[in-house]
Design a protein around this ligand. Structure first.
Ligand SMILES: [Zn+2]
Length: 688
């Protein structure tokens, strides 16, 4: 369970849109022609808007007019545009691989047969509950809490996140080692505050959630009154777990999650739950170092096991089993019901995505490196990898200079910061060594069994890391993904192949726009190593303070400027952004764009570029800022905006544009903006 921070919010949202992946577009069953995507597109600019009043609208209005929100989308932006293009490519790969050709490679057999099984809805509907029946029977056979550890271990191995999550993690104190990790879990709503907010909308959402749980129980064959009673039970159990859990803002501070123990000691604390039985059944280590990320949660779990009647525990487990599988493996009514709550009610989607999209995304998530290996061979030329690496190195150099120039940081801390920067590992495109899927069995015609085996495979793979040295070459995003991340515990930046294309990067465009767009993302990921969370780790990824007290308090004071700036933004009526939750991303946005600017300025000077020469009517610096803004053009439903503001560490895209640019005097200079123009902040923030 690596803790990493990424660029786009899409993936974070996809994590709880279980039945409805966050990406989609208007596509029919035949592949539509790909739209022409450009890094800098003058035709998207709306000249009727004053760039000093609203730069996002100025840069994006043309795109927004051209791209109405498709009914199957909760949001639709440039990241979605490219993700959709990549998904069409993946679909082609999967359709090719699904032809039962005896010459298929073992990986092609797996991805092809998994895709074909997922697409066969007639067979899935016909099988009904039969494939999940053995698991329902196991839960029904639970007679006492003494038997719970063994059953729960089994459920965890097949991806049912009831009560808590167990896996591997890097040791906070020694980043070279992998230890056992026990994390809070077991909720059906997106995060703990959903159980406690008192505004009318939140109360309504809880009622809708209970109704959703009831309808899932009904689909599983329960009579109406029983289903209603059971849904209330689920809500009561989850509310207790939620109450003992940290808020998402609290989980952003690694100090709150750092509670080293060992399995034996942890076992003694769980007086009503035999950890020995659990680890034996899960094939997890029975001894050695562990991290209990949330002690308060596990204390409550222990009490809950002791005082909850066994039939209520069975009910809770039954819900989480059905919830974990209510996707493309189950009869369509389950998936539709799940989509209705998570995508429609919570995030505003109007229509379910087409089957091929859901199945393509499923294979990408399950066997991303098997699919990604083919993708990279077809769509990622080696020259692009080289260009991306050169840009990354240029921006790292800019950061070193930037650190030197800071007026608030002492030479001692600067020295440490530069050491850390020098140690950052740049991972570009895809893994050097592909994941080995040879032990995974995929059977054509058995989608639910396949899903269970995939989850078991991933669980076992994760556990096998415990006690071994950290493998920094591992990737946590698949190669076709349109996103990027920084891993603070490994001090590396990761840019999947899927991202290096228009509208973010093009070898046909000049540096001004490539640096404004992709350069800002590279800078963003780098800055994560020095944001409020990342700065707490040293160059090797250990959670270890390398700051002088004075520098730390200056950093906090400067960061507070951004907390206040974002707290003041009302995303939807009554819901403000959470300045603390989004702080790391906002620092990375501002720092990242600034570093891209510095790196680009170096390029300009080296090439003696004429800054007054116009292309498409804009000077190079203006094109730099417009390219930055145009990566964020996005349509978002109000429901999604609300859940994003409440749960996502990324601010909505409009603010990722305007709020950041308001803080940069260099931007104001390019467009001649002056106070009191809206795009100029009277109290500009600046940290890095
Ligand atoms: Zn980020």
């Amino acid at each position: 369970m690596s803790r990493f921070v990424m660029t786009s919010s899409s993936l974070a949202l996809a994590a709880f849109l279980t039945a409805a992946p966050a990406f989609s577009q208007n596509a029919t069953s035949t592949a539509p022609a790909a739209p022409e995507l450009r890094v800098f597109d003058p035709s998207l600019i709306d000249k009727s808007v004053n760039p000093c009043e609203n730069f996002y609208r100025y840069s994006c209005n043309g795109w927004l007019k051209r791209n109405p929100l498709p009914p199957d989308q909760t949001h639709y932006g440039r990241y979605t545009e490219l993700s959709e293009l990549n998904r069409l490519h993946l679909r082609q790969i999967l359709e090719d691989a699904s032809k039962p050709d005896p010459n298929r490679t073992p990986n092609e057999q797996k991805i092809g047969d998994e895709y074909a099984s997922c697409m066969d809805t007639a067979a899935i509907n016909k099988l009904g509950l039969t494939p999940i029946k053995p698991e329902l029977d196991r839960i029904a056979a639970l007679q006492s809490t003494a038997e719970l550890p063994t059953l729960l271990a089994h459920l965890h191995t097949i991806g049912v996140n009831a009560f808590f999550e167990m896996g591997s993690t890097q040791d906070f104190a020694d980043a070279s080692q992998v230890i056992s990790s026990y994390d809070a879990g077991g909720l059906g709503l997106p995060e703990r505050d959903y159980y406690f907010r008192t505004d009318a909308k939140s109360v309504e959402q809880r009622e809708q959630y209970v109704n959703h749980v009831r309808r899932i129980f009904r689909l599983a064959g329960e009579p109406e009154t029983q289903a209603a009673k059971d849904a209330d039970t689920v809500m009561a159990v989850e509310t207790r777990l939620a109450k003992a859990s940290l808020t998402i803002t609290e989980t952003r501070d690694p100090q709150n999650l750092n509670h080293p123990t060992d399995v034996a000691r942890f076992s003694k604390e769980l007086t009503h739950f035999s950890l020995a039985d659990y680890v034996e059944s899960a094939h997890a280590p029975a001894s050695g170092k562990a991290n209990n990320t949330e002690p308060r949660f596990f204390a409550e779990f222990n009490t809950l096991v002791a005082d909850t009647p066994i039939d209520r525990i069975r009910t809770y487990l039954r819900w989480h089993l059905l919830h974990a599988y209510a996707g493309t493996s189950m009869p369509e009514a389950f998936e539709t019901e799940s989509w209705n709550f998570y995508a429609h009610i919570l995030n505003g989607a109007e229509k379910q995505q087409e089957r091929w999209k859901r199945c393509t995304t499923r294979v990408d998530r399950e066997m991303g490196e098997a699919l990604g290996q083919v993708y990279v061979a077809r769509y990622f030329p080696p020259a692009e990898k080289q260009q991306a690496l050169e840009m990354t190195l240029a921006i790292e150099q800019a950061m070193a200079k930037d650190i030197d120039s800071l007026d608030w940081m002492s030479p001692a801390t600067k020295q440490q910061a530069k050491e850390k920067l020098k140690t950052v590992m740049n991972k570009i495109g895809y893994p050097d060594k592909w994941r080995d899927y040879s032990k995974l069995v995929i059977v054509r015609g058995d989608p639910l069994g396949n899903q269970q085996r995939v989850r078991q495979f991933n669980f076992n793979r994760d556990l096998a890391k415990i006690g071994k040295p950290v493998d920094k070459d591992e990737w946590y995003m698949s190669p076709p993904t349109v996103n990027a991340y920084y891993d603070p515990q490994q001090n590396n930046v990761n840019f999947p192949a899927g991202y290096f294309q228009p509208p973010f990067f093009s070898d046909k465009e000049d540096d001004a726009v490539n640096y404004g767009d992709m350069g800002s993302t590279i800078g963003h990921e780098l800055t994560h190593g020095f944001d409020d969370e990342g700065r707490q780790y040293d160059k090797d990824g250990n959670l270890k303070d390398w700051w002088t007290k004075d520098d730390e308090s200056k950093f906090k004071e400067k960061a507070q400027c951004m907390v206040d700036q974002y707290n003041a933004i009302e995303a939807v009526p009554g819901v403000h952004l959470n300045g603390k939750l989004t702080l790391g991303e906002n620092l990375a946005d501002l720092g990242g764009l600034w570093l891209a600017w510095l790196a680009w300025e170096e390029k300009v000077q080296a090439a003696h570029l004429e800054m007054t020469a116009k292309t498409d009517g804009y000077t190079p610096d203006q094109r730099f800022w417009i390219a930055y803004a145009q990566q964020w053009c996005t349509q978002t439903r109000p429901e999604q905006l609300r859940s994003q503001a409440q749960t996502n560490a990324h601010a909505p895209d409009e603010y990722r544009t305007n709020s950041i640019l308001q803080d940069l005097p260099e931007f104001a200079k390019s467009f001649n903006c002056k106070l009191p123009d809206k795009m100029v902040s009277a109290k500009a923030c600046r940290v890095w």
